[in-house]
Design a protein around this ligand. Structure first.
Ligand code: DP6
Length: 370
């Protein structure tokens, strides 16, 4: 059977609508792996349909990833039909977010209601680690759906650059930061006047020179608090609407991104450290000054930050920290310093981690088919 896509909504991003016809296959599976990412300049505040209030940039990670297998089977019933499994166990708590995702992307993948889906995911990191799984999870699902679309279009299995862009565009509609996980090692999301090709609709690979100091950058994630966050990112983003410092914050983030361009080019590690740490603390300052206000850092988050500052002062190291919307600390450092910093982490920082746990990661290349 063939379905034609006629509807062209001028309000949507037309280039991602499919204009050719699909040949609907009976059933099958596709599998993808997609990593998490860590923002250097943070996305915090959005408008419209998942559009960022400021541009952000992140390192794509490697070891922290989600593997998703999407099984599809033709159905005749109406509406979306899917089940979600995490480590082979049904996970109904993920369903509302995926339902919303399907509703948002249906215009771009009009075959979605033709199939019953089983979405099987596993994370390389513990589910209750407080690590954002929405970026890796949503980007992995978006890649699977693009792989399926390729099949239905009779296109080659491999994901072209154009299809990666569509995957990023779709992933954004599942979770904003997920659009930065499809590609790597450095991805920008959000229109920025100094970054060619940057877009609010999808993540794009950072297009300028990056000094070898930043190649294979290391990120050790210290698991300070593995519980559920008290305030979700979605709620936090919404609190930026009435926030007294919102406009200054969006301006600051865009300025930080401008400043990062020469820093990345010249390999200026000390300027990098200043920008990255200021970004992390500004993000949390927004939380501290929201209405209602909230605090996601824990006492051990601050302990770790202070130890990093002391270590840097004593040794001249370029190690620095960043935070996402939680208590865990991402410890960033150049590969050159791996030995010294790993030693420092093991001897001085792991005692502040829940059960002494941490994850060693480094920059990676993004999502791929399995
Ligand atoms: C603090 O992408 O999780 O990690 O779009 O509502 O799903 P939604 O939010 P999400 O926000 C992530 C915010 C952040 C900063 C960042 O990754 O840029």
């Amino acid at each position: 059977m063939v379905i034609f896509v006629e509807e062209m909504n001028p309000m949507t991003s037309n280039q991602y609508l499919t204009t050719t016809s699909y040949t609907l296959l009976e059933k099958g599976t596709v599998s993808c792996q997609s990593p998490s990412n860590i923002a250097l300049v943070k996305y915090w505040g959005k408008y419209g349909e998942q559009l960022p209030k400021n541009a952000s940039i992140s390192f794509t990670l490697s070891n922290c990833h989600t593997k998703t297998t999407l099984s599809y089977e033709r159905k005749t019933s109406e509406g979306f039909d899917f089940e979600v499994f995490l480590n082979d166990h049904k996970e109904d708590s993920f369903k509302p977010k995926i339902q919303k995702f399907f509703e948002r992307i249906e215009a771009y993948l009009p075959f979605l209601k033709e199939y019953k889906f089983n979405i099987n995911t596993t994370n390389s990191f513990p589910h209750s680690s407080g690590i954002a799984s929405s970026a890796s999870g949503m980007s992995a699902l978006a890649m699977c759906l693009i792989a399926l679309e390729n099949r239905l279009l009779g296109a080659p299995e491999s994901i072209s650059e154009a299809k990666k862009q569509k995957a990023s565009f779709l992933a954004r509609l599942g979770s904003g930061s997920a659009c930065r996980s499809i590609d790597g090692p450095l991805v920008v999301w959000g229109e920025h006047q100094n970054i060619e090709g940057s877009s609010n609709l999808l993540g794009t690979r950072y297009p300028y020179n990056v000094h070898p100091n930043f190649h294979e950058y290391q990120d050790t994630i210290l698991l300070v608090d593995k519980g559920e966050k008290q305030v979700s990112s979605t709620v936090g983003h919404n609190l930026m609407h009435e926030h007294p410092f919102a406009e200054q914050r969006f301006q600051q983030a865009n300025n930080h991104l401008s400043k990062l361009i020469p820093v990345l080019k010249e390999g200026d590690l000390s300027a990098f450290v200043q920008i990255v740490e200021r970004e992390a603390l500004s993000l949390h300052a927004m939380m501290l000054t929201s209405n209602p206000y909230f605090i996601l850092m824990k006492p051990n988050t601050l302990e770790i930050i202070n130890r990093i500052w002391e270590f840097r002062k004593e040794t001249g190291s370029s190690v620095c920290f960043t935070l996402d919307a939680g208590a865990n600390v991402h410890v960033l450092f150049p590969k050159e310093e791996r030995e010294e910093v790993s030693q420092f982490i093991r001897t001085e920082l792991t005692s502040f981690c829940s059960k002494g746990e941490f994850i060693e990661d480094e920059v990676g290349i993004g999502a791929f088919l399995l």
